[in-house]
Design a protein around this ligand. Structure first.
Ligand code: GCV
Length: 667
């Protein structure tokens, strides 16, 4: 399938004075990534100005007097900059991009191109940046048969039919990812089964090596997910016990072979003892023992093990009110703090459940003090409308990053921890479960590309506001028409609040159709084994996670623990997550919980109507194909939002018997 260039289209732009005179791009030294950066710049200027500048070695540059006109761009690697950081400044007719490593040059070049695209003046230009998170990763849940677990934009462009795909899309993907500062990619699903187990055998090394080399040209480290039981499943050993010397030697030998074949491999991502995946528990060992065995095996090659904390009992009895899935990550990992090797990172989902539209921040952030940590978010919209609904998630991620952990002092946030500021860690950062597939526009919904773009930008610079990021993306993708910008901005910025309003209320989550996780089904997970309950009866709703209930609220540092524990003080958007409350409970707005449920559900669906109404006015201002794709999805979203509204409202009206004060139609 063909593909578009998303925000890197570089078409339809008028040339402007500042770039018209650029004739040369000088590089020093020559290098693969710098070469790619220079080619990117050359290509962009050729489109913007209609003239292709030449790429030359810096040595060829003749110093002339300071010029009024910008004549050249210099890409120079030199000491003195932060890792992957860069500076861009105009100096006597030349724009100079400097950095201490090639990634920095590449990021500086993209930043410069983005400014050119916005027709910013190059004269006197001066800015510098360095990424805040050391690791900025995308995790793909692609399977070797070409399907994507929780994929909503076509099939995989990494795999098909148990083969690895390396083609023009590989480079196009790397270019897109690098343009927003992504520096690590895991290409396969964390649920490693069947053929994917063989990715660490010579069956696939050739293609994997080629892919890793293409990624490297864009400064991206290549990672794979690993099957913990590989020694057994590949038929070579009887056990995968991490303390068994035979198993440890097996992994050492295996990693030697893997790294000889794929020297650019960054390491592995591992889901162990979770949702049926094998892990150290089978052998009575803990996660530190499991992770460290692998970490030691790849340590000689500079590799890292990213170990997920998404571990819980997925065979819970719904009658059991003591076991709490929300506690499990904390309970499993907190006691191991300080026991992991330096090249192990714990990857922690943003919340304790599973990427719901609203959850509290995971209590391991603020709990762990002596362990490398990564934040995992999901831009694949598994529970947030599956890229058929618009749901711009950057405002949500920003809130998570700004959450105060109180771990060292009152100012410490999640962003401080995962950027390495709090504990001086280097192996840390942020990962997103990717939302791409082989659809022409990469993300199914055209507007879902704002999440891909936004994730990279936010991980690079968490001080950016979600609105700034949205505006950047809109301008780069659709040009500078004010009506287009304001309309799409409205749609993006309203989308997450609207989605939250018309789906499950006040932080309780779920209420989706089991398995597919799409569409309303209030009791879908209520009598199931997944630990995901709302406990609604005729009097009230919510899970008691206070000290009288599961005690989850007390896993946080103060003052959070006391606030979450107290029904009067608990932030209302999380009220039902932490407490079982009567429908008649009065919120700060003066509304009862039941009235809040009715009102928000009507409001959320109305917002979608308004988005669709405003979007119609963009006909003729966006490419026809894009307009039609978005229009079709919006029409589905409108209907689906109403379905959500009506099912949720009907359910709670029937349970509680309390009518809507405003007398609207509830079925
Ligand atoms: C990759 C949720 C999803 C699963 C996913 C899992 C995980 O449970 O529904 O599809 O598996 O999270 O994050 O490992």
């Amino acid at each position: 399938m063909g593909f578009e260039q998303a925000w890197l289209t570089y078409t339809g732009k008028e040339a402007y004075r500042d770039i018209e005179g650029i004739r040369r791009i000088y590089v020093n030294p020559e290098g693969d990534i710098i070469g790619n950066a220079a080619a990117e710049l050359q290509n962009a200027i050729a489109v913007f100005a209609g003239k292709k500048p030449e790429i030359c070695a810096l040595l060829e540059r003749k110093r002339t007097d300071a010029k009024e006109e910008i004549e050249s761009i210099c890409l120079i690697k030199k000491e003195g900059f932060a890792s992957e950081g860069y500076s861009v400044r105009e100096d006597g007719g030349s724009v100079v991009v400097e950095a201490s490593d090639e990634n920095g040059i590449l990021y500086g070049v993209f930043a410069l191109i983005f400014r050119m695209q916005r027709e910013e003046s190059l004269k006197g230009m001066a800015f510098a940046k360095a990424p805040v998170m050391p690791l900025r990763m995308l995790n793909h849940w692609d399977n070797m048969d070409g399907s994507i677990e929780r994929g909503y934009s076509g099939r995989s462009f990494f795999f098909d039919n148990n083969e690895i795909l390396v083609d023009e899309r590989t480079a196009a993907y790397a270019r897109l990812a690098a343009s927003v500062g992504i520096n690590g990619v895991v290409i396969n699903n964390v649920n490693v089964k069947d053929q994917a187990t063989y990715m660490i055998t010579d069956k696939y090394f050739g293609k994997l090596k080629r892919m890793s080399e293409i990624f490297a040209l864009y400064g991206i480290r290549f990672f794979m997910s690993l099957n913990y039981a590989a020694p057994v499943e590949l038929g070579e050993l009887q056990s995968a016990d991490p303390l068994d010397p035979e198993v440890r030697d097996w992994w050492k030998d295996r990693m030697k072979t893997v790294y000889e074949a794929i020297p650019l491999l960054g390491g592995f991502l591992i889901k162990a003892d979770s949702e049926g995946r094998p892990g150290p528990f089978t052998y009575g060992r803990n996660h530190a023992e499991g992770a460290n065995m692998l970490a030691e095996a790849i340590e000689p090659y500079g590799g890292i093990i990213i170990w997920r904390c998404f571990v819980y009992n997925c065979r819970q009895d719904w009658r059991d009110r003591k076991t709490d899935r929300a506690r499990s990550g904390y309970d499993n990992f907190m006691e191991l703090d300080g026991q992991f090797c330096e090249n192990v990172i714990l990857q922690i989902k943003n919340g304790p459940m599973d990427f719901q539209v609203r959850e509290p921040v995971h209590p391991l952030f603020g709990g762990l003090e002596r362990t490398n940590q990564m934040l995992e978010v999901q831009i694949a919209q598994e529970y947030t409308g599956q890229q058929r609904h618009i749901c711009y998630l950057i405002p949500w991620f920003k809130q998570i990053l700004e959450f105060r952990t109180y771990v060292r002092d009152t100012e410490d946030t999640v962003a401080d921890i995962v950027s390495g500021r709090t504990f001086g860690q280097k192996n840390c950062g942020m990962a997103a479960v990717a939302n791409t597939g082989n659809d022409e526009n990469w993300t199914g919904h055209d507007l879902a590309a704002a999440n891909l773009y936004g994730f990279g930008r936010l991980a690079f610079d968490p001080s950016l506001s979600p609105e700034e990021i949205a505006r950047e993306w809109i301008r780069l993708t659709y040009g500078r028409d004010k009506q287009v910008e304001e309309t799409i901005l409205f749609m993006l910025m309203e989308s997450w609040p609207a989605y939250e309003k018309y789906t499950s209320p006040l932080g309780i989550g779920w209420m989706v159709n089991p398995g597919v996780h799409y569409g309303p089904n209030v009791d879908g997970y209520e009598y199931d084994r997944w630990g995901t309950y709302h406990r609604a009866d005729h009097l009230g709703i919510g899970v008691d996670r206070s000290h009288e209930g599961t005690g989850y609220a007390l896993l946080y540092r103060e003052p959070h623990a006391s606030v979450y524990d107290d029904m009067e003080k608990c932030p209302e958007e999380l009220l039902l997550f932490f407490h079982h409350v009567p429908y008649t409970w009065k919120l700060k707005s003066g509304k009862t919980v039941i009235q809040h449920i009715y009102d928000t559900h009507f409001e959320g669906a109305e917002t979608v109507d308004e988005m669709a109404r405003r979007f119609e006015a963009l006909e003729g201002k966006l490419p026809d194909k894009v307009f039609e794709r978005v229009r079709m999805r919006l029409s589905h979203q409108r209907e689906h939002a109403r379905e959500w509204r009506d099912q949720i409202n009907a359910y709670f009206y029937r349970k509680s018997g309390i009518p809507d004060e405003k007398g609207r139609e509830i079925f």
